[in-house]
Design a protein around this ligand. Structure first.
Ligand code: ATR
Length: 275
């Protein structure tokens, strides 16, 4: 018999192409925990009201996506460690006493996919992180927590990268470098945390950074390989990984926060890969 736990949703703008409803309905079926999970399109200026209305009508949990992750952060009563580090919330749990708990599962989603699904390593590795927006913020703390040799940040807007370095340098070795200085470095892992792939834009990267045959990870998932991964492969990247596994793993962690059960992820990743 199924337990009835209604009222879970994703809030964002846009949300129409999100795979989250499909993923959470799949988890719900496999774990036998009934939940209604919908995608809610929230007006850019209307997040605070939408959050209150959802909670008032009995909502139990939310995923938050662009552009509301930072706003969600300031509307919580308590925060998990990853959300505190990231300054952004992608998972909300409404406790029975009415308080709001916010956490960020992007970092753990990335690490589970990269390290457990693909046997990637962080400790002692030289890592290049492209981008300094919300996606980069979500994974930087958890990465630094695992002892990389160094994380280099490159971002189109330099001062955003400087702010990121300022916020995270207490967690480990991280610094900003200009794009035109990159050829002096060699990397074990290059992570694309920019939204350029989403827009099918390709920013100029010096081909020489792929000479050491690094692993390359694009946090974006699309049905076709992203322009970043296509370029990386052509320049000699050793292994190219897209964001599908991370998408599923961060959702599984949200599901765990809400229900205390971690759903199995491999069959879903394989099924989505075929669609
Ligand atoms: P997200 O939460 O997905 O990270 P964001 O906060 O808007 O979204 O950040 C997007 C990131 O992608 C930023 O690092 C952005 O660079 P800027 O800080 O200079 O805006 C980066 N980005 C987006 N499009 C890009 C492009 N065409 N070339 C290089 N960087 C790009």
């Amino acid at each position: 018999m199924k337990i009835s736990l209604p009222n879970y949703a994703l809030m964002g703008n846009p949300v129409s192409h999100s795979k989250s409803p499909f993923i959470h309905r799949y988890f719900s079926e496999k774990t036998n925990i009934a939940m209604d999970y919908d995608a809610i399109l929230v007006p850019t200026q209307g997040f605070r009201e939408a959050l209150s209305a959802f909670q008032k009508q009995g909502g139990k949990g939310l995923n938050i996506t662009l552009p509301f992750k930072q706003q969600a952060f300031i509307l919580m009563d308590t925060l998990g460690k990853a959300a505190q580090q990231a300054g952004a919330v992608n998972t909300i749990f409404f406790r029975p006493d009415g308080s709001r708990y916010g956490e960020n599962t992007d970092g753990i989603g990335f690490l589970r996919d990269y390290m457990e699904n693909h046997q990637g390593e962080i400790s002692g590795k030289k890592i290049l992180l492209l981008g300094a927006g919300g996606a980069a913020r979500g994974i930087l703390g958890p990465i630094l927590g695992l002892g990389p040799k160094e994380v280099i940040i490159v971002n189109r807007t330099k001062n955003k990268a400087d702010v990121l370095v300022q916020d995270f340098k207490k967690f480990g070795p991280v610094k900003r470098v200009d794009m035109n200085e990159l050829s002096e470095f060699q990397f074990d892992l290059i992570i694309n945390a920019t939204s350029a792939s989403l827009k099918e834009e390709l920013f100029e990267l010096p081909a020489v950074i792929f000479k050491s045959h690094p692993w390359c990870y694009d946090m974006v998932y699309q049905s076709q390989p992203t322009s970043f991964l296509v370029f990386a492969k052509a320049q000699g990247a050793n292994k190219c990984i897209d964001g599908l596994g991370m998408l599923v793993e961060q959702a599984a962690e949200s599901f765990f926060i809400w229900h205390g059960i971690k759903p199995e992820t491999q069959t879903l990743i394989e099924a989505l890969r075929k669609t």
